[in-house]
Design a protein around this ligand. Structure first.
Ligand SMILES: [Zn+2]
Ligand SMILES: [Zn+2]
Length: 278
């Protein structure tokens, strides 16, 4: 009887151990339990140079809608873009995104944002990193030695923060900044809790972002005090999705005008990077 009890405990422990190691190895995007999920050379060859993405399964890797050549030099859209041509003022120079916002990306972002699945943070940050490196390569070719003074995540309202427990843009910014040794600076606040963007028309979305973001004056003051380099102030706004550009524009305006109140003679150059472009 005792032997039987012990052997049952052993097999239960083996089963639990097996489940644990299986779940540790399963794909964070689709949860497929996969042994030794390493991308095969042919899949890796189809990804942008040096893409990490080693923790996800082949099926998910092959579904990532990477943005290849871009058609709009401002917003990084792969298709012809009317929004940027129509805009008469822009407070950011350009934005780059890694992937198109399709159903698959919507699903992965929803698991991360609304279900708080932390295991998605790494593969999503891997994708975002591709957009960052493209932007960085472009800037280094034009301005050798270009350096970032601040990476600024787009804030969520305190209401959203209480609801979700975290800010998805901030989480992605933390990962990017730690990998690339970049300065993460939370220089903005979101003033209002806006209506769900997906329910608004394009015009309403453009309008609703105006005045939605304000600089955190204490943080801006500390940031300016800590600036030791001369020359332009290079800022990178970071968000999960670029839709009309109204959020990036509102953030860029709020942060650059706040910095210029302290440094009226300095040129503030704002760029943006997002995971997805819709
Ligand atoms: Zn998968
Ligand atoms: Zn554009």
């Amino acid at each position: 009887m005792f032997q039987y009890f012990i052997s049952n405990i052993r097999s239960a422990a083996a089963l639990i151990g097996g489940l644990l190691s299986e779940s540790a190895r399963s794909c964070p995007l689709c949860r497929t339990p996969a042994r030794g999920i390493q991308l095969k050379a042919d899949i890796r060859a189809s990804l942008p140079a040096n893409a990490a993405l080693l923790g996800i399964c082949r099926a998910c890797a092959s579904e990532i809608p990477w943005i290849g050549p871009i058609a709009c030099a401002v917003c990084g859209r792969p298709d012809p873009c009317g929004d940027c041509a129509r805009r008469d003022t822009a407070h950011f120079i350009c934005s780059r995104s890694a992937v198109r916002y399709n159903d698959r990306i919507r699903e992965w972002l929803a698991l991360f944002k609304y279900r708080g699945d932390e295991r998605l943070a790494e593969p999503l940050a891997d994708m975002l990193d591709i957009a960052f490196r493209r932007l960085e390569a472009m800037l280094q070719s034009r301005m050798p030695g270009h350096r970032w003074d601040a990476v600024i995540p787009v804030p969520v309202s305190s209401e959203r923060l209480a609801e979700r427990g975290f800010n998805q843009a901030e989480r992605l910014a933390e990962l990017l900044c730690s990998r690339r040794s970049l300065p993460l600076c939370k220089l903005l606040h979101r003033t209002l809790h806006s209506e769900k963007k997906s329910l608004q028309s394009r015009l309403a979305r453009l309008k609703s972002a105006e005045g939605l973001f304000v600089a955190d004056n204490t943080a801006v003051h500390a940031f300016v005090e800590g600036m030791s380099r001369p020359g332009p102030v290079n800022l990178l706004i970071l968000d999960d999705i670029y839709t009309t550009g109204s959020t990036i524009e509102a953030c860029s305006e709020a942060v650059s005008s706040a910095i210029q109140r302290y440094l009226p003679n300095r040129n503030v150059q704002v760029y943006a990077v997002t995971l997805a472009r819709s």
